[in-house]
Design a binder for this molecule. Structure first.
Ligand SMILES: C[S@@+](CC[C@H](N)C(=O)[O-])C[C@H]1O[C@@H](n2cnc3c(N)ncnc32)[C@H](O)[C@@H]1O
Length: 263
């Protein structure tokens, strides 16, 4: 079933239509500048600090993230599509786990999702998106570091391993939190389940990437750079053209690892 077209239509009504076209474009450009030119400030000041930027995120970047994550999960080994439970850390508007579910066979049972974010607006949007996209999700407001499940759970591991997803969120953490996060993720990926990290292709955007990638490959994981040439849905094409963005492909880099028994 095509969930994307009705979802994009509903996003347009909710977030694009209330603005005059120039207003929306201005907000989209301002948000883009925050992510590209003033990325280093993200740990101290949320990019989602005005209604226009929040709408631009929800209606433009979030669907792009959805499409990109869906392509990444499709491109990874089959086992990546066998997850039954996803904790989405820094879930924003909740699209990452929805995309991961969409990349799986329709015949599989729905995944159970827990979305963690510190931003209440994002969590409310996530709940709305999950309803639109048929995701069984629960939202929790918290600092993502505190929400990493232990590598050795008290209960026996479920038959399909759980997954942690961190998409475009690690960059927003202060350096000391990033340093704290890596060993927790490595322990989880060795003992418990999948860890999938997604960040922008731009080299300067994730200066920590190479060190993390070598830690992931050491435990049998992988790091990839992706350029997916997919036809964008008309709404995203139009918003992109209006803002003057050059967007010939969906680009991202990812890291993924799963315990040796699950490979
Ligand atoms: C660029 S958005 C990405 C959202 C989503 N993962 C996606 O792919 O669209 C980054 C998100 O991380 C959240 N975030 C940043 N630092 C966080 C923290 N310490 N704990 C929880 N969430 C955090 C922000 O509130 C924001 O919603």
């Amino acid at each position: 079933m095509d969930v994307l077209t009705p979802w994009l239509g509903a996003l347009h009504t909710r977030h694009v239509a209330p603005y005059r076209p120039q207003e929306f474009t201005r907000a989209l450009r301002a948000l883009s500048a925050r992510y590209v030119e003033r990325r280093s400030e993200l740990a101290g000041r949320s990019a989602l600090d005005s209604a226009g930027k929040r709408s631009a995120f929800a209606a433009f970047y979030a669907p792009l993230h959805y499409l990109t994550i869906r392509e990444i999960v499709r491109a990874l080994p089959e086992v990546a599509r066998e997850v039954a439970h996803i904790t989405d850390l820094g879930c924003g508007t909740g699209v990452g786990a929805a995309a991961w579910q969409d990349a799986r066979e329709n015949s599989r049972p729905r995944v159970q999702v827990v979305g963690i974010d510190q931003n209440q607006w994002a969590l409310d949007e996530a709940k709305w998106n999950w309803q639109q996209l048929g995701v069984d999700g629960r939202a929790k407001r918290a600092d993502l570091i505190a929400e990493i499940p232990p590598a050795h759970p008290a209960r026996p591991a479920p038959p399909a391993p759980p997954a942690l997803l961190l998409a475009w969120s690690i960059n927003e953490l202060p350096r000391h939190a990033q340093a704290q996060l890596l060993p927790l993720l490595i322990a989880f990926a060795r003992e418990r389940g999948h860890v999938l990290i997604v960040e922008p292709l731009a080299r300067g955007a994730a200066p920590w990437w190479d060190g993390w990638a070598s830690a992931f490959t050491k435990i049998g994981g992988r790091a990839d750079e992706w350029k997916f040439r997919v036809e964008l849905p008309p709404m995203l094409k139009e918003l992109s053209a209006r803002a003057g963005f050059q967007r010939d492909y969906l680009g991202a880099r990812s890291m993924w690892a799963v315990p040796a028994t699950g490979r």
